[in-house]
Design a protein around this ligand. Structure first.
Ligand code: HEC
Length: 118
């Protein structure tokens, strides 16, 4: 019986894992502003620059990434950090929603940059 329950739980966990995390937020003005606020409040600019265009840490507004890009990769990097690098996790201070807001702001910066607006 315990084996069956364990198998069911494992199956459910595997099913949940099968769906990659995708930014659930819409890039409206409020969300982008909240993301920018979370960026400033968390001190990300100390390493990535005021507008996230890179300093000690990499540029986060272009299409070049150290690891293959996915919303999930960026989310996990911000939430958990990267061991062995200066990039620490912010899961203790930022809620999941704030992390997605932050990502929405970064994606908006990327879009604007491509559009040549800045
Ligand atoms: C103390 C310096 C520091 C701070 C503060 C910092 N980062 Fe980083 N970050 C880094 C470094 C260094 C890397 C590169 C890690 C590596 O080599 O894989 C990085 C990597 C990243 C990446 C992955 C980039 C890629 O190309 O794969 C993301 C996304 C990121 N940081 C977001 C943030 C956000 C958002 C914040 C604020 C909540 C933040 N970082 C704060 C230093 C920092």
């Amino acid at each position: 019986m315990a084996g069956v329950v364990a198998a069911l739980l494992f199956g459910a966990a595997a099913a949940l894992r099968a769906e990659p995390l995708v930014n659930p937020l819409t890039a409206d003005d409020d969300t982008v502003k909240l993301g920018r606020k979370a960026w400033i409040a968390s001190g990300c600019m100390a390493c990535h620059g005021n507008n996230a265009r890179g300093a000690v840490g990499p540029d986060l507004t272009d299409d070049e990434w150290l690891r293959a890009y996915s919303d999930e990769m960026v989310f996990n990097t911000i939430k958990r950090g990267r061991s062995g690098t200066a990039m620490s996790g912010f899961g203790d201070t930022l809620s999941d929603t704030q992390i997605w807001q932050l990502i929405t702001w970064l994606q908006d910066e990327n879009r604007k940059r491509k559009a040549g607006a800045k």
